[in-house]
Design a protein around this ligand. Structure first.
Ligand code: ZN
Length: 887
């Protein structure tokens, strides 16, 4: 618009007054001057409230909720299956899940020295040779232990089954269907023997007796048990050949292959001789086998005090029972089975020994007689050799060979994942009293079982099923475990993820662990979490470097060298591969189940451990072996945590990467053997395959990590939601409370019902008693309805199921790793052994030989065609394994 033609908007008067107004402060300014004061305060107040709310929330989040969430994640990740259970969604659920760290914490409070000593006194107080009436008593004692600790109501008929019968078959085959703990005894029927009478004499030329050995151990009241039972199990060799032989004495050191070779090379003829060897270095049966193959008539094996390290009379130590040195009458009994050929009942190789099984002649036992000797007796024989008189020796060994019942006691704690089972085991039979071998292991596992019992009583259900075995007849040749393994080979193959063994757990100062490389880290790391049994501030793992304190000037350098050579077998983290000589053998070497073993054993500076002698007694143990039983308890705790580690971890703690790295070390060992041989074998292909396996394992590790992370993410989400809901519910309750309304937990009645003890009717049916008739019935109906509403999953069920499936696939691959070393054709000349990664050395027995087929192609056969064949066979196996574990 241009010019304004209208009247002015304000009249002159009005204009003036407006001008007047201009002189006083505008009202707007007046309002802004008073309002800011009030508003700033409110703003400050609001800010302060918001800020403190934020701070409070943050504090609550960081200090209360997040730890709660993470603890819940840890617990639920150890057992996500509990989410699917009836009480899903309950706000108190977190308190119910007793897995992971919480289970470990409670478990560790249970094993103790007093209980362990009591168990030791019970089992080692009487001789309990396999197959003897006392052995059956201990089998039943162990059954009662399982029943009372695991809350198993003893059935009316004693659950003792004859192997091969429906009852026995069902017991094991239904392990993967069980809902509550159970226990029973399986009876196997191997052919074993017992001593009848025996003698050892030096004969004059005219046949008259110049000297007759007193072959039995001598003991008195100083050690009351030894005094009472010194002659209750005669000093003989289990599974030895009965017979009467005569011959000239030949001394053959430790009876190793190199010892025999040395004799042959120097022109000694062993045909028709009585070979005298000392204990140590290799399994005793193989000493006899070596002599037998060279035509010897009989074998004598003696305990040499030089093998006792520094703890000898020479160094001023007094013999047991008055001191720590060797009692010179002590004798090492023991089996002379040809362990590296095959273990178990000699007459049923590869299949179970039922009462009516068809039997073979048994080729893993000697064809010539043998006897064990004490230091006192052998001194006379060594004199005879040194003096050059070398008169004829007469050796008589009468034995009673017969079918002998054996009793394996087995208990089960069912888990959520029923088709994945961890087996722990320890043999129970002893040559005489066996306070260390095996009772120290039995007293340890006794405490482990009590620990699990305490958890079971608190409602713990492991993620995986745990089977506990008390094997029989181990001393004769791993009989009980082997027969069970052969009986249920298919079931074990399908279900068992790991086997954890104990034999003697405490006979000296040094702790050691032997295991499949996949379990090495678990054994090692767990030992670092357990305190040293006697030295404050140190861990159980530190005890792997411990030695005894009984030092001395004189010690046999060859003995020291042999002792130290054993330590060379440790892997990069200090865990040794398993050979044989205990009950893990069938699991690892025949069925390919990752296995481990542990325990304290004696060093060259420890009180002399009277292995397989009557002096392996309770008194010796309490005085010298493990005063205070701290080592027994440390092993119990360690075994328990390792078992919980395998049973309660959603991803199996099997480290295939460490395993595949160890394979490289195995190959390097073969290469160095090959380099010193005249054979020309190329290992490039094998080496490449191992590298491929390593990268396949690295990929599996990635998948393992990702799957577990995803699981935790889902669980974290569920828990956060639950905590939020719980907080809301509490707030509502509080508000209700203000208005005087009752606010009861909707689950209370249900929980009360759960806690009401079960009552059994006369016919054995279980029911929960009601309090009041109609009101209780109405409440039950109400609860049942609400229970249905309850069942609506309040969590991402599908997602959770998917990730669990993914983890289960990873676990199957982890288990398949050890299985992958099993070759159906087995190891040459000893096909029972089928693991091409590790086996007891053919001429070692106890000791492990890695890549046995390939290694022995050099060390025993010295045959390049065979070596090439074995290298190819191994390469094929490893290539398949790399494919099998591809995620
Ligand atoms: Zn043993």
């Amino acid at each position: 618009m241009g010019t304004d033609t209208r009247e002015p908007l304000l009249s002159a008067n009005e204009k003036r007054s407006a001008d007047e107004f201009d002189e006083i402060p505008p009202p707007v300014a007046a309002t802004t001057a008073t309002r800011p004061k009030k508003s700033r305060f409110r703003k400050f107040f609001v800010h302060a409230v918001v800020l403190s709310l934020v701070l409070l929330t943050a504090h609550r989040w960081v200090c209360v909720i997040r730890p709660q969430v993470e603890a819940g994640v840890e617990r639920l990740a150890a057992n996500p299956f509990s989410l699917f259970e009836h009480h899903r969604g309950h706000p108190l659920e977190g308190h119910r899940i007793l897995n992971g760290k919480l289970a470990e914490k409670l478990f560790l409070t249970v094993p103790n020295e007093a209980s362990s000593i009591a168990a030791s006194r019970k089992y080692a107080g009487k001789p309990h040779l396999a197959g003897s009436p006392q052995d059956l008593v201990t089998a039943k004692d162990f059954l009662s232990l399982l029943q009372s600790e695991l809350g198993i109501e003893p059935p009316e008929d004693e659950p003792i089954f004859s192997a091969g019968t429906t009852a026995s078959r069902e017991a094991t085959l239904s392990i993967s269907k069980l809902d509550k703990p159970t226990a029973w005894i399986d009876t196997y029927y191997p052919v074993l023997n017992t001593p009848v009478d025996h003698s050892l004499e030096i004969l004059e030329d005219d046949g008259s007796v110049a000297w007759k050995a007193d072959l039995e151990e001598v003991a008195d009241e100083t050690d009351p048990d030894a005094g009472q039972f010194a002659e209750s199990v005669l000093a003989w060799h289990g599974l030895s050949k009965g017979g009467e032989v005569k011959g000239k004495l030949v001394y053959a050191k430790y009876g190793r292959q190199q010892d025999y070779k040395e004799l042959i090379d120097s022109g000694v003829d062993l045909n028709g001789t009585i070979v005298l060897v000392r204990y140590g270095g290799i399994f005793r049966g193989l000493k006899v086998k070596g002599a037998e193959e060279l035509g010897a008539a009989g074998v004598l094996i003696y305990s040499d005090t030089h093998d006792d390290g520094t703890v000898t009379v020479e160094n001023g130590y007094i013999p047991y029972p008055n001191g720590p040195a060797r009692n010179p009458t002590s004798v090492q009994r023991g089996s002379v089975q040809y362990l590296s050929l095959y273990p178990g009942d000699p007459t049923t190789p590869g299949y179970p020994s039922y009462e009516n099984s068809t039997r073979t002649d048994g080729v893993n036992i000697p064809a010539i007689p043998s006897l064990p000797l004490s230091w006192n007796n052998v001194k006379v024989l060594l004199d005879e050799i040194e003096s050059g008189r070398n008169r004829t020796i007469s050796l008589v060994n009468h034995v009673d060979d017969k079918v002998t019942p054996l009793w394996n006691t087995i208990g089960v704690i069912p888990g959520h994942i029923k088709d994945e089972v961890v087996v722990i085991g320890n043999h129970r039979d002893a040559w005489v009293l066996g306070a260390a071998d095996p009772t120290s292991g039995t007293a340890s596992i006794h405490e482990t079982i009590r620990g699990f019992g305490a958890l079971v009583k608190k409602g713990w259900k492991p993620l995986r099923t745990i089977v506990i075995a008390s094997w029989d007849g181990e001393e004769y040749g791993l009989i009980g475990s082997t027969e069970w393994g052969e009986d249920f080979a298919e079931w074990i193959d399908e279900h068992v993820v790991a086997y954890l063994n104990l034999d003697g757990s405490a006979s000296g100062s040094r702790f050691s662990a032997s295991a499949s490389p996949s379990l090495a880290h678990l054994y090692h790391n767990t030992a670092q979490r357990i305190p040293h049994p006697t030295k404050p501030g140190l861990t159980l793992w530190d005890a792997t470097k411990d030695s005894g304190v009984l030092t001395g000037q004189t010690v046999d350098p060859e003995v020291v060298q042999m002792y130290e050579a054993e330590a060379q077998l440790d892997d990069s983290i200090g865990v040794r591969p398993l050979g044989s000589g205990s009950d893990f053998t069938v699991f690892l070497q025949r069925l390919g189940v990752a296995s481990g073993g542990e325990g304290f054993s004696s060093t060259l500076q420890d009180p002399v451990y009277h292995y397989h002698s009557v002096y392996d007694s309770e008194r010796w143990m309490e005085l010298y072996g493990d005063p205070g039983f701290f080592r027994h308890v440390a092993v119990a705790k360690h075994l328990g945590l390792v078992t919980l580690g395998v049973a309660d971890s959603i991803v199996l703690p099997l480290n295939t990467t460490h395993y595949s790295q160890e394979l490289e070390a195995y190959l390097e060992k073969v290469e160095s053997i090959a380099a010193s041989s005249s054979l020309d074998v190329d290992f490039h292909g094998l080496k490449k395959s191992i590298k491929k396996l390593q990268s396949a394992s690295a990929n599996l590790d990635k998948e393992k990590f990702k799957a577990e992370k995803e699981l935790k993410r889902i669980i974290r989400h569920i828990i956060r939601k639950r905590i939020f809901r719980r907080n809301v519910r509490r707030a509502v309750c509080k508000i209700k409370g203000i208005f005087g309304k009752k606010c009861e937990c909707p689950h209370k009645a249900e929980l009360q019902h759960m806690n009401t003890p079960v009552v059994r009717s006369e016919d054995g049916r279980a029911f929960k008693p009601r309090i009041g008739r109609y009101p209780a019935w109405a409440q039950e109906q109400h609860n049942a309805k609400r229970g249905l509403a309850h069942n609506k999953p309040r969590f991402p069920k599908k997602r959770l199921e998917k990730v669990i499936k993914r983890i289960r696939e990873v676990n199957q691959k982890l288990v398949a790793f050890e299985r992958g070393f099993i070759h159906e054709e087995g190891i040459k000349d000893r096909e029972w052994y089928r693991h091409l990664g590790v086996a007891p050395g053919k001429w070692l027995g106890y000791g492990a030989t890695t890549f046995p087929g390939l290694t022995e192609a050099f060390t025993i056969d010295n045959n390049s065609t065979l070596a090439k064949y074995e290298a190819d066979r191994l390469k094929g196996l490893i290539d398949n394994l790399a494919k099998a574990i591809k995620p």
